[in-house]
Design a protein around this ligand. Structure first.
Ligand code: 13P
Length: 249
């Protein structure tokens, strides 16, 4: 059975001291969240080793990893390095990486493979921009991202993957997808998985929603049968809001 997950993507926010404080608050408040809900925080790279020492109930994620295993790639952080620092999850293919850093589906696929080789769970992001939705291309865009990013994996590898549907027009805009829009796309993604890996694999895959998710709308989004939780940006920067979302199931 698939897990319920609420993951916080801090993006490029919080200096180290602020990050430590936020992680401490989240860990403390996490005791009030149902044990059925997996909680993950993904701080910036530089925070990871310090934050790791503070966490127990809450799991640790990174926001990215390199598309190469090691070597002369100045400024990059490898999946193996993340694993060695006690990281368990890694966000891959976020729309900000795709649009600002030119990450293609094939680069993202390499990152997913390296994450899996290092026993990290990829949190694979997909989602359309507004113009694609307006012309009715959103299903095709997401299908291509999922097929090219993930569908080279074996069933065994795929079973470690978490998917996050994040419509780009909903990220940081205050305009979330409606519960019906989220459900429709999540159901579609699950049908793609069923077609490739079978019904059981599809039923066991956690598909998270991301994009302006907050305590006031999380309940109606998570109530949908194919929405298994959230990938939270802005609202993960306040422990109260993040935990409020996790309590919305
Ligand atoms: P917001 O929750 O700030 O819209 O960001 C969503 C996101 O991009 C999480 O990865």
């Amino acid at each position: 059975m698939r897990k319920k997950i609420v993951a916080g993507n801090w993006k490029m926010n919080k200096n180290l001291q602020e990050g430590i404080t936020l992680a401490q608050e989240v860990e403390k408040m996490a005791s009030g969240v149902s044990g059925e809900v997996e909680l993950i925080i993904a701080p910036p790279f530089i925070h990871l080793t310090e934050v790791k020492k503070l966490l127990g109930r809450v799991k640790l994620g990174a926001q990215n990893c390199a598309s190469e295993a090691s070597g002369a790639f100045t400024g990059e952080v490898s999946a193996a390095m993340l694993a060695s620092a006690g990281v368990q999850y890694v966000i891959i293919g976020h729309s900000e990486r795709r649009s600002y850093y030119g990450e293609t589906n094939s680069i993202i696929n390499k990152k997913v493979r390296l994450a899996l080789e290092n026993n990290l769970h990829p949190i694979f992001c997909c989602g359309e921009v507004l113009s694609e939705r307006e012309k009715g291309a959103h299903f095709d865009v997401v299908r291509k991202q999922v097929e090219e990013g993930l569908f080279t994996l074996s069933s065994e590898e795929f079973s470690k993957v978490i998917i996050a549907y994040e419509p780009v027009w909903a990220i940081g805009t205050g305009v979330n997808a409606t519960p019906a829009q989220a459900q429709e796309m999540h159901q579609y993604i699950r049908s793609l998985i069923a077609g490739k890996y079978g019904e059981t694999a599809a039923n066991n895959t956690s598909i998270l929603y991301g994009g302006s998710c907050k305590p006031s709308n999380a309940g109606e989004l998570f109530a949908n049968p194919d929405v298994d939780g959230g990938l939270i940006g802005g609202a993960s920067l306040k422990a109260d809001d993040f935990i409020g979302i996790a309590k919305a199931f």
